[in-house]
Write a protein that binds this ligand. Structure first.
Ligand code: C2E
Ligand code: MG
Ligand code: MG
Length: 725
């Protein structure tokens, strides 16, 4: 008996032949091979048997009654399992036509009758083995395709010389390239790539081809409904014998879902699930980053730590769902109020954003970057507390909540996230001890300042209405003629409790609180009215100098306001002098010139105040329509003892003269200062040597009789005697 092998073990052979003898002969050979054998006596019966038995191999006679072997073979190939089963035709006709016909109808091979047993045996064995190998290959291809389908992984091959691309079914699906738009060219292959990604992808491919390097990249494709998917493409380059790339083999995989999951994971890791605010981790990242930027730009930043007072009470009464609802509302209110406060924290564009985060539990943080004063975080803290004041509702039930806020500043309270948070926490503890619903700075002295400023700001709002402001006037004297040529109006605030508050303290506050426009307008109007009263009383006409805040200078209707005041008080415009600081003028030189020219056209004069402390550029100074330069008191104070100050003062006077500007020295307190200034050619002086700023009634005395010039025998002294009473 012939040795069986794996390929024929347990296999079933179907012999279809009308000759009983032939069937017996075949059976004998096949059974020796270890095959099970079934028989059928014509084509039709054979087909029936095939459907029923699904044999592994078919031996088919060609000439049979009812249905011949050719027709039976053709029909068999159309059956569900008939496509791949090996069919061996048994033909008595040893002519090429029959053989060709047999192949045409799908026969796998043929053998001529009467057959030699040994040859039949070998041929059947070979056919079974080949069929099984093919089946295994088909199987593995199918599982590969299934695996690729599951992984949404398609493969493709690009033939560079032919400019063609062959793509797998899965690649068709992945790239959404239906037959209508894909004709096999490389251009077709890229048809669905997102227009914004096309150039980058092409550059990458070109670079890979040039360097013969594999590549891996992600790009977007656009589907017909305009939705997008993310594709990951990997490829390798094959080069020809001459070393130029001839083929690219690659895969495409739809990684949209993976990307989405990554995004979700990132969100989970960085955001608080309840409020969607950044969580502690992201907050620390942002704080670290802000600290790095802050250090580089030498900017101050603030960390506000808010704790909701007695949230436990809410949880006890309404359960944790109630507490959750409250925390969500708190986060919404925080975001709204920080958005409004944003402009408080930053005046200039480069200022960083404000970050609100939930640290966990009942704790929130607000990060303010690039702040210009400790008032900014204090203001935000007050707004946050105010935002928490309106009632919260849980199931229609009203709930009142308060918060306590601790504030730490960098660099003064710490240079790293941990110490800033820790110190804000300590400050928050102080706020709780203060009796809730309040804020505290970590640095204790800051609290006092903040509280003072707050009280002051509240009073300042009411000061105009309560008539608490007054103007004092300080004479400006012509050094040579020893004659009062002008007065500077200086504002005074008589605070009901604090007494006299100096302008250096409340003017910046008024600017910050948006009150400077009305206060400034009041000062202008009052000064002009006073001037008119003096004129009416028969006093000599003098210059009335009024200080202008930088914020007033920026007001679009400044000229209109001044025109109106001049008209209402009927003072000659040439008697009004506006004092501007260097900072105001140099800030935006181009637009300043325009405003200054408009002011000049009204007929008023302009002085530059506190000169020497700013950063005036000489070339601009030349172009500004100015009248007077006021040398800052800082240079006058030690002008007789400090050679530097003397040199600067001398230089300023010389420069003013060359620019045809009048020059006035501020803060002149001593005779020696005056002598020095007079010798250098300074035109005017203002200072305690002549008089402190005085209330209008007292100044009148000076206007009538100025005490004699303290310098004996000077020009001024002789001239002063000629002064009219
Ligand atoms: P400023 O315009 O440079 O005014 C001169 C300041 O020097 C005044 O201070 C004045 O009292 C002081 N002073 C004058 N002579 C002497 C002196 O011999 N020795 C010393 N030690 N000080 C002298 P004051 O009145 O406290 O005003 C301070 C600043 O407040 C002013 O500086 C001005 O910038 C601002 N200011 C005053 N009134 C107004 C106003 O109505 N509007 C605006 N926007 N700012 C004002
Ligand atoms: Mg001034
Ligand atoms: Mg000044």
């Amino acid at each position: 008996m012939m040795q069986t092998d794996l390929s024929s073990a347990l296999s079933l052979a179907l012999v279809i032949d009308d000759s009983h003898t032939q069937r017996l002969l075949a059976r004998e050979v096949l059974e020796q091979l270890g095959l099970f054998v079934e028989e059928a006596e014509n084509g039709a019966a054979g087909l029936e048997a095939f459907k029923r038995l699904q044999p592994d191999i078919v031996l088919m006679d060609v000439l049979m009654p009812e249905m011949d072997g050719f027709s039976a073979c053709a029909a068999l190939r159309k059956l569900p399992h008939g496509q791949h089963t090996p069919v061996l035709m048994l033909t008595a006709l040893n002519d090429t036509d029959s053989i060709a016909h047999a192949y045409d109808v799908g026969a796998t091979d043929f053998i001529v009758k009467p057959f030699n047993g040994l040859i039949l045996s070998h041929r059947v064995r070979y056919m079974l083995r080949a069929s099984q190998a093919a089946a295994a290959l088909r199987n593995s291809e199918a599982s590969l395709a299934r695996a690729q389908h599951i992984a949404r992984l398609g493969n493709w091959q690009r033939d560079i010389p032919a400019n063609t691309v062959g793509i797998s079914d899965e690649a068709h699906r992945t790239l959404d390239l239906p037959a209508e738009i894909f004709n096999g060219t490389y251009e077709d292959f890229r048809k669905t790539v997102h227009p914004e990604d096309k150039d980058r992808l092409e550059q990458l491919v070109q670079a890979a081809l040039a360097e013969h390097q594999p590549y891996c990249t992600d790009y977007r494709i656009v589907l017909p409904d305009n939705s997008q998917r993310i594709i990951q493409e990997q490829a390798e380059i094959t080069c020809g014998a001459d070393g130029t790339p001839v083929q690219v083999i690659g895969t495409v995989q739809d990684i949209t879902d993976r990307k989405r999951t990554e995004e979700q994971l990132r969100t989970l890791a960085h955001y608080d699930g309840l409020t969607n605010l950044p969580n502690r981790r992201l907050f620390q990242d942002r704080l670290d980053q802000a600290l790095r930027v802050g250090r580089r730009q030498q900017k101050v930043l603030a960390v506000l730590l808010l704790n909701i007072d007695r949230l436990k009470r809410v949880n006890d009464t309404f359960g944790h769902t109630g507490g959750d609802l409250i925390l969500q509302s708190v986060s919404e209110r925080l975001l709204t109020c920080v958005r409004q406060s944003d402009s408080v924290a930053r005046r200039d564009e480069e200022a960083g954003a404000v970050t609100v985060s939930r640290l966990g539990g009942d704790e929130f943080t607000i990060l303010l970057t690039n702040i210009d004063s400790p008032q900014a975080p204090a203001k935000v803290a007050r707004r946050v507390l105010a935002a928490l004041t309106p009632p919260f509702f849980i199931n229609d039930q009203e709930m009142f909540l308060t918060g306590s806020i601790g504030i730490s500043l960098s660099p003064s309270d710490g240079n790293d996230a941990n110490s800033l948070l820790k110190n804000a926490g300590t400050a928050m503890g102080h706020a709780k001890k203060q009796g809730l619903n309040t804020y505290q700075f970590y640095a204790q002295d800051m609290n006092a300042t903040a509280m003072q400023r707050l009280a002051l700001e509240n009073n300042l709002r009411k000061a105009l209405g309560r008539n608490e402001f007054a103007l004092h006037y300080q004479p400006q004297v012509d050094i040579r003629r020893w004659e009062i040529v002008g007065v500077e109006a200086l504002i005074r605030w008589h605070h009901p409790d604090l007494g006299m508050v100096p302008p250096a303290q409340f003017i910046p506050l008024a600017e910050e609180a948006g009150l400077i426009a009305s206060i400034g307008e009041w000062a202008l109007r009052t000064a002009c009215t006073q001037h008119k009263t003096w004129l009416a009383a028969g006093l000599p006409p003098i210059r009335m100098a009024v200080n202008l805040s930088s914020l007033q200078f920026d007001q679009p209707d400044l000229c209109g306001t001044i025109t109106q005041i001049l008209r209402n008080t009927a003072i000659p415009p040439r008697h009004l002098d506006l004092e501007l600081t260097e900072g105001v003028i140099m800030r935006n030189a181009a637009s300043t010139i325009k405003t200054l020219q408009q002011l000049k056209q009204l007929g008023i004069t302009l002085s530059i105040d506190d000169f020497g402390t700013g950063y005036s550029s000489l070339s601009y100074l030349k172009r500004f329509p100015l009248d007077t330069l006021k040398i800052d008191r800082a240079f006058i104070r030690d002008v007789t003892s400090n050679p530097d100050d003397a040199a600067i003062t001398t230089a300023i006077i010389a420069m003013a003269r060359s620019l045809n500007l009048r020059v006035l020295a501020e803060g002149v307190e001593t005779e020696s200062q005056m002598t020095f200034l007079r010798e250098q050619g300074c035109d005017e002086l203002q200072g305690y040597l002549v008089s402190k700023p005085l209330p209008a009634e007292e100044l009148v005395q000076l206007l009538r009789v100025l005490p004699p010039c303290p310098i004996q025998g000077g020009v001024a002294a002789s001239l002063s005697n000629e002064r009219k009473p």
